[in-house]
Design a protein around this ligand. Structure first.
Ligand SMILES: Cc1ncc(COP(=O)(O)O)c(C=O)c1O
Length: 431
């Protein structure tokens, strides 16, 4: 149960129990596919980040990357936990705004922010606008002048560090679509400093996601601080804030490394302090932007088994009523998952099966090989660590209905997103 939300148990009748709620009963009430989020796990992760970093470095600012999973519920919980929010679109901001998320704790990101999105950030005095390129720098300066304001900005720099992760989630290497490449960064700093309507407070980098070792962070910190020191000498730039992005890992399978946020906090903070000291620059505000690591473990996907198929001597397919429309990660990144049968959680694993999604793509395979108890029609498959980058990337492929989402806490379940209805599918599809 190590991958499931904290305090996940098996009841006397062999049912998986999350947040004090019997998942078999949840499925009866809400149907499948069903995404279940455990509130205590979400809060715990937010607190772990806060505690591990601030006890080592008080001047740390934790900003949740809302692309990992944003809903009005997530935003409300993180607001209560005193965590900031990184948004990349007017849509993400509108969700935050609907729960009165403090605007001065919002960071705006994105490589192609619209004029309206920039104006919204200026009008609402977001904490930071993270500028991604020269066009944006000029446009933002003009808008800020017109709106008579002076936003605090960070420049996103591509530090040329390889995070040794999947190529689709590597962002820190040269040639990335994000940020200023290092060779252009001096020009960006001098331009930003000369634009009177902008207040350049620091630098940002994000080197990738699911970074299973601390070394790439060390390299990125070195590159960013060395660069800041050079800019200090050349232009008198003072680094007030260093934002090192997100990318903190989570365990998706029992074989993936058992990482501790404490190790990352220790490595990052000690490198930051020692490098600043050796470069003789002041210690900046440290900002981190974890997304996945805060929300992934809190979420569990529940599916119902339909048809099974034996391809003699080769494999046994077990088809579920969800798949790539609610979780594209296996098809997109070859992501691996574990699963248990929620209604047979006390039975021994006996047969190796392939869990197939129901969508019309051969690549719609949720789990290639997994050992489970004997699987029969109607069994419930529970897949842990589905809290991040599943629902935000969900689609209506094959005109499927996006799943319902519920939260659980100490025996109480609450629906926070209703399942799409057939009516939803045709509501906006005009003849
Ligand atoms: C700028 C930025 N910050 C933070 C994140 C969050 O990354 P993760 O969910 O891996 O922590 C991302 C993810 O793409 C990002 O682009």
């Amino acid at each position: 149960m190590a991958l499931f939300p904290i305090k996940t148990e098996v009841s006397k009748d062999g049912h998986l129990v999350i947040g004090g709620c019997d998942t078999v009963k949840l499925v009866k009430e809400y149907g499948t596919p069903l995404y279940v989020f455990d509130e205590n796990t979400l809060r715990n992760m937010a607190r772990e980040f806060k505690d591990e970093f601030t006890q080592r470095y008080e001047d740390t600012n934790i900003v949740y990357a809302s692309k990992a999973f944003l809903s009005r519920w997530t935003a409300s919980i993180l607001k209560e936990e005193g965590i900031g929010l990184d948004v990349v679109s007017a849509g993400e901001y509108s969700i935050a705004e609907s729960v009165d998320f403090p605007k001065d704790m919002i960071y705006l990101h994105g490589n192609n922010k619209s004029v309206e999105e920039l104006k919204t950030a200026l009008r609402n005095r977001f904490a930071r606008i993270v500028v991604d390129g020269f066009d944006e720098l000029k446009l933002l300066a003009k808008l800020a002048e017109e709106m008579a304001c002076m936003p605090d900005i960070l420049l996103r720099i591509t530090p040329g560090v390889d995070a040794h992760t999947h190529q689709h989630i590597t962002t820190g290497v040269s040639g990335s679509k994000f940020g200023f490449p290092l060779f252009d960064a001096p020009k960006a700093v001098s331009m930003a400093m000369s634009l009177e309507s902008l207040n350049l407070v620091g630098l940002h980098c994000h080197i990738g996601s699911l970074i299973n070792e601390t070394q790439p962070y060390m390299e990125a910190i070195d590159v960013m601080l060395d660069f800041a020191a050079q800019m200090g000498e050349k232009y008198g730039f003072e680094l007030e804030e260093l934002d090192i992005g997100g990318g903190f890992p989570v365990r998706y399978t029992v074989n993936s490394p058992n990482v501790r946020i404490a190790d990352y906090a220790e490595a990052i903070v000690s490198r930051l302090i020692s490098r600043c000291n050796s470069l003789d620059i002041s210690l900046p505000l440290l900002t981190i932007e974890p997304g996945r690591a805060i929300v992934a473990r809190a979420g569990v996907a529940l599916y119902q088994v339909g048809m099974t198929k034996d391809i003699s001597g080769l494999k046994r397919y077990v088809s579920i009523d969800g798949g790539m429309a609610d979780n594209i990660r296996p098809a997109l990144y070859q992501a691996e998952y574990e699963a248990v049968l929620a209604n047979k959680a006390d039975e021994n694993d006996i047969e190796v099966v392939t869990i197939a999604g129901k969508y019309c793509e051969s690549g719609d395979i949720l789990i290639k090989q997994i050992k489970l108890p004997i699987v029969t029609y109607g069994d419930i498959v529970a897949v842990p660590v589905c809290g991040a980058y599943c629902l935000p990337m969900a689609s209506n492929y094959n005109a499927s209905l996006k799943p319902a989402v519920i939260t659980v806490k100490e025996g109480t379940a609450r629906i926070i997103r209703q399942r799409d209805t057939l009516q939803d599918l045709i509501r906006k599809d005009l003849l």
